[in-house]
Design a protein. Structure first.
Length: 344
């Protein structure tokens, strides 16, 4: 399971994403979008069984978990797809959604989030600062001329989206969203079905080579040109060796002038005493691997860090408060790195 991001307010029509719901008979997941002038569109994803990580398109050309949509107000036909939706079990993406004030969460997620806030009272502040960092970083990278973005661990719909931020600067920006949660993938594919410059890939960061080899990835993203790859608030949900390998697989393939945008949980003296309580909030099956600053900095390899460097996400210019806040217990460091042009 990876953490949460993707779609929210459209720059043109202001889209409001509804609450995920599940029916006991068909285990169908539904999402409703309300557009300007009172128009509404419905998408539904009918769950048949859990699919393995990295599940590809079904025979006949349909993406699993997607729906056929004709126009933005059509009532679509459902295409059977995967689901792994257990409302009784807290989910890291839905906990994050709740911290951001979203609606795609259940009672178990809200209870877990409140338990987390008792351990780390500033977790909500850090989550919102993290979103502000992501949005600012994407706009900054787009302003440098980069028009390709890969968002690894994209998660549930949360505004602002990567493609909204990028297209506010580069209207034709292309974005590949990647997640290993079948519900996230199905939900996102339905919402983004009509945009040829976006793709949603069912992929696991622990198998980065499979993501890079996915035909959907190669048809949209040209690694011979500068690309921005985002690992925002998700690497601490991987074991350290897995996180190192995931970042390195992308970093080593990127062309000069490419960027890494990373925010990751920091283990420090402020939050170390709360580790047991935080783990209890997420559940024993969730990996939590906050790391020291030196190990987070190592993700960037020989990339040049842009100012202000690797700093607490609450200190990032787009998220910093005035006057400055004391260091948060919910430590998260963030930075933007650029791959230099080495002389021949």
């Amino acid at each position: 399971m990876l953490t949460s991001r993707i779609l929210g307010r459209d720059l043109c029509h202001r889209t409001q994403i509804g609450v995920l719901t599940e029916t006991t008979s068909s285990h169908a997941v539904a999402a409703r979008a309300s557009f300007g002038h009172g128009r509404q569109a419905w998408w539904s994803m009918v769950a048949v069984e859990r699919a393995p990580v990295g599940h590809r398109a079904a025979p006949g050309g349909h993406r699993t978990g997607a729906v056929g949509v004709t126009g933005d107000v059509a009532r679509p036909r459902a295409v059977p797809g995967p689901a792994d939706l257990d409302p009784a079990r807290p989910n890291a993406a839905r906990i994050y959604d709740y911290l951001l004030g979203g609606k795609d969460n259940y009672a178990a997620d809200r209870q877990a989030a409140e338990q987390l806030l008792r351990a780390l009272p500033d977790a909500r502040l850090v989550a919102k600062a993290n979103r502000a960092f992501m949005a600012a970083a994407v706009r900054q990278v787009a302003a440098s001329g980069v028009a390709q973005f890969v968002d690894v661990g994209t998660g549930l719909p949360t505004p602002p989206s990567v493609h909204e931020c990028a297209r506010s600067v580069v209207p034709g920006a292309r974005v590949a969203y990647v997640d290993n949660d079948p519900v996230v993938v199905a939900h996102s594919r339905a919402l983004l079905a009509t945009d040829d410059l976006l793709t949603v890939i069912s992929g696991d960061a622990r198998d980065a080579e499979a993501i890079l080899a996915d035909p959907q990835f190669g048809s949209l993203i040209d690694l011979n040109q500068p690309v921005c790859v985002l690992f925002v608030s998700m690497l601490h949900f991987l074991a350290p060796a897995q996180a190192d390998a995931a970042v390195a697989a992308f970093r080593d393939r990127l062309a000069p002038g490419s960027y890494l945008v990373i925010s990751a949980g920091q283990r420090n003296e402020l939050n170390r005493p709360t580790e047991g309580r935080v783990q209890a909030a997420y559940g024993s099956s969730t990996i939590l691997s906050g790391r020291p600053a030196s190990e987070i900095a190592a993700y960037f390899g020989d990339f040049e860090l842009l100012p202000p460097g690797l700093v607490p996400v609450t200190d990032w210019p787009a998220a910093a408060s005035d006057p400055p806040l004391p260091p948060p217990k919910a430590g998260m460091l963030a930075a933007i790195g650029r791959k230099p042009h080495h002389p021949e």
